[in-house]
Ligand binder design. Sequence first.
Ligand code: GDP
Length: 197
Amino acid sequence: GAEVVLAGRSNVGKSTLMRELTGHTFDTGQRPGVTREPNHYDWTGPDFVLTDLPGFGYMKGVPDEVREQIKTDVVRYIEANADAILVGILVVDGKSVIDIIDRHSGPDEIPHDVELFHFLRDVGIPPVVAVNKMDKVDDRDERLNELCDRLGLHPPWQQWQETIAPISAKRGSIGPLTEAVREHLHEAERDDLFQFF
Ligand code: GDP
């Protein structure tokens, strides 16, 4: 079946977004590191499965080797299921993402978010970056342009609306994300139809 996955660092608002997308309730603010396995949910009827992948990156009280293992598991899951995955939603915190990316950029360091973005593309999954917590961001356009720059996309961000989706999960404003995902699903459907001709 067709699958959409959600990935992101812990505390970016992934559970809050999952609740908005599915109507299920999730433990937000749950002890980080507890959700270790991919969780599957029906989405837009039984047509799509939405998979919540474990949050990666820094988690208070979680040892380095466990963090590394979670990231490896996320990458392996995506790799193993790449054929079925039609869209990869990468959730980031709009307020802190640039600082985090810049802090982890170096001669032999690629920030997790940037790495995952390129990894999704490399395995043929269109990435959609859900830039969450935009309710806390003042310099919206500037911030989104900076994010484009860090991901290797030419600003202005407005020309990447199928890839960059500013949202506020907490406020329930996720329209740009559902629009972007819908576009990709339609494209995938078209590609599927073409196989018959
Ligand atoms: P997860 O660890 O990625 O699943 O993150 P959660 O969904 O548990 O959210 C982490 C924290 O961010 C909680 O305190 C949420 O209330 C808060 N949060 C989530 N989405 C938003 C948002 O759109 N805006 C703001 N300001 N806070 C948010």
